[in-house]
Design a protein around this ligand. Structure first.
Ligand code: 5GP
Ligand code: MG
Length: 178
């Protein structure tokens, strides 16, 4: 598994710092309020698990799975909701928790969807962002860090369901998916 990694981008400690910084921002902004954290499966599960444990505001958890990537590293371009949340979010503060924003298609669609269901606010926390790849403009309130246009795995991020278990984020060797 580790042999497939070309370069370690962020260690566990570096990820921890990003998560804590994002949590502080959210705690400050939503002090005294309630949040529904919508964890976008499967990639953001590690980030979400670490993030919500640093939150001091009241949080309810819900889960949603969208599909935009097929097999490999290329987006299929088509996004649909594979598994929906159970909560009624009307009048509620929604926080979408995502692992990485790439083209922006997924988050743009999900944000609109949450808004159309009557959410009071819809904010986005994404651990990583690839600005060079953006196709759709979507505002991300909380970002861990920006990264170059390379395919990364670990800390929940996968390639064909592999590498999610790694506690660091690394760039995959191109020969692994070519
Ligand atoms: P978007 O809709 O913004 O193009 O795609 C977002 C989704 O694509 C992410 O939730 C993630 O599943 C996947 N994705 C984008 N870039 C990467 C990457 O570098 N590594 C992995 N593992 N997934 C990625
Ligand atoms: Mg994803």
């Amino acid at each position: 598994m580790h042999n497939d990694i070309k370069e370690i981008l962020f260690t566990k400690q570096e990820i921890d710092l990003m998560v804590h910084r994002i949590a502080s921002q959210i705690n400050e902004e939503f002090e005294g309020e309630e949040l529904i954290a919508v964890v976008i499966l499967k990639g953001s599960m590690m980030f979400a698990a670490d993030l919500v444990r640093c939150l001091t505001v009241n949080v309810k958890l819900d889960f949603l799975q969208a599909s935009s990537y097929g097999s490999g590293t290329q987006s299929s371009g088509v996004i649909n909701i594979k598994k929906d949340i159970d909560s009624d979010i009307s009048g509620k503060n929604v926080l979408l928790i995502e692992d990485i924003i790439d083209s922006g298609n997924t988050l743009s669609l999900l944000k609109k969807e949450m808004q159309s269901r009557g959410a009071k606010t819809v904010k986005i926390a994404s651990l990583l962002s690839k600005p060079d790849r953006r196709v759709v403009n979507v505002e991300v309130e909380y970002i861990g860090t920006e990264i170059p246009d390379e395919f990364v795995v670990g800390y929940g991020l996968d390639m064909d369901e592999k590498y999610r278990q790694m506690d660091y984020i690394g760039i995959l060797k191109p020969e692994v998916y070519m």
